[in-house]
Design a binder for this molecule. Structure first.
Ligand SMILES: *[C@@H]1O[C@H](CO)[C@@H](O)[C@H](O)[C@H]1NC(C)=O
Length: 223
């Protein structure tokens, strides 16, 4: 009897250890694929989007073209992120994965941001990038490295991260993300560019800034 309850306890504690591990990831897609469509006509509803009838799915539902093209970087941060996710590659629906191409002009950067739903693995195609992420509170440790063509770096889910082109030529990177729709929260735009604006006195206290500087930043990031 004592042995029995002991082994029961052992099984329970094993479950307690392995259960959280097994659910700490994107769910299983449950079927081969579920090409996302926006209307229920000829569709079945699974997992947030309507699925196209699998018999009607074509190769085009699973492909995207043009990622070899360099994108213009005509903005203040001199970078351009081209996302390939469930919104423009509907076959990704339920599969828990997506892709981006990031172009960086000279001196350009992909500014500090986080993906609320995805880990990101990045490979540099051309150029030299200084990349990094910061761990959560209380440590807020910066983990950072200089990458060259062919180097790979991973940004853990939810953590604030960035890439900056520190080379003398344009740079390009590709990254895979562990969600069909990773989401992006760009820190400066979210905090200083919210619509409507957060009260400048609140941000002045939060960032230990003169309220006039906050108002100036809010002008820059206003939508
Ligand atoms: C990013 O590239 C797209 C596609 O070429 C272009 O329409 C857009 O204007 C570019 N964005 C910036 C900030 O240059």
């Amino acid at each position: 009897m004592a042995m029995k309850s002991l082994s029961f306890l052992a099984v329970l504690s094993l479950l307690a250890i392995t259960l959280p591990l097994s659910i700490a990831s994107d769910p299983s897609p449950l079927q081969d694929f579920c090409v996302g469509v926006n209307t229920p006509a000829d569709g079945v509803f699974v997992n947030g989007k309507f699925c196209k009838d699998p018999k009607l799915a074509t190769a085009d539902d699973f492909s995207f073209s043009g990622l070899h093209n360099a994108r213009p970087v005509n903005n203040a941060v001199r970078s351009n992120v081209t996302a390939v996710n469930v919104n423009n590659l509907p076959g990704l629906n339920t599969l828990g994965i997506s892709l981006v191409r990031i172009d960086y002009g000279i001196g350009g950067q992909n500014p500090p941001h986080t993906h609320p739903r995805a880990t990101e693995i990045l490979v540099v195609g051309e150029g030299t990038l200084l990349v990094g992420f910061v761990t959560s509170n209380p440590d807020n440790r910066l983990i950072s490295k200089t990458l060259n063509a062919g180097d790979v770096f991973v940004f853990p889910e939810g953590l604030i991260h960035f890439q900056a082109n520190i080379g003398h030529s344009p740079a390009v990177a590709f990254a895979a993300l562990s969600s069909q729709n990773p989401g992006v929260i760009t820190i400066a735009n979210t905090v200083f560019g919210s619509n409507p604006a957060i009260n400048p006195n609140i941000l002045a206290r939060a960032f230990q800034l003169d309220p006039r500087i906050v108002v100036d930043l809010q002008g820059k990031f206003k939508k």
